[in-house]
Design a binder for this molecule. Sequence first.
Ligand code: ZN
Length: 302
Amino acid sequence: MEPPFTHPLIIGPLAPVFWGLMGLLVGSFLNVAIYRLPAEGESIFKPLRSRCPKCRTSLTWYENIPVLSWLVLRARCKTCKCPIHWRYPLVEALTAFLFWSAAHSFAGDPLMIGIVVLVLSGLVVATFVDFDCFEIPDEVSIGGCILAPVLSFLVPRLHGVELDRFEAVSGCLLGMAVGGGILYFIGWVGTKVYSVDAMGFGDVKLVAAGGGFIGAVGILHGLLIAAVLGSIVGILNMLRLYCELRTRVAKRHKADSRLRSLQAARLAGRYIPFGPYLAVGIGLGILGWNNDGALLLQYLLD
Ligand SMILES: [Zn+2]
């Protein structure tokens, strides 16, 4: 099939730059989605203009230029001077980088780039909403579960260049079942063993959607990456809490034992959102970087 968009900007050598700039704009919209999706009674599209989260003044166009405005205004709202979090420009820059990377990985195939940047955008939203609220919006997870089979049918090369529509949809459904199934099982075991909810159902839906896009093998890699990353961050988080507790103990000249601090840190640090690490695993998979990573590892070991 002839790609529908053949403008040199979209498929030529400058394509990554074009897609990177698109990513900046989309990132600005994702910030709005991250802020409004978990909030009750807020719509992503109404009002269309971004507002200052504190004084709720609508931003003018020059206050709303991705990354640049934040730098020029020195991280403050022009009206109320309240500080604007560095996460806003971070999300914009991250989205730009991801779009740029997608254009690199799928050079000359604008349809695939379009699908990949759509998935990556969903993952960015899931990541930051999960950091904020310990939940993954259904718009992303269930939306992904619906879109994955539809897009696999329309663009079978999502699952491999030589696949027909039937094979691509089968691969998609298998990926969803394997990804969602494994995480559901882990959660079930966690509930039985520790009698607490070890895994949110939002995570299960997100991984099912991810599996629908990157297939069964891809999602297994993704889960492995997420488990390693999540464990590292979890341990660092407990260490941080432990150090904070020890400083407090030292300040108050209390005679708390190290073991007690360790136990307290372990309890308090147990809950970290898992969605962001799942998102990294899925994102690396859809960019094809898990293969590149494996190749690099093999090259380094040889
Ligand atoms: Zn303000």
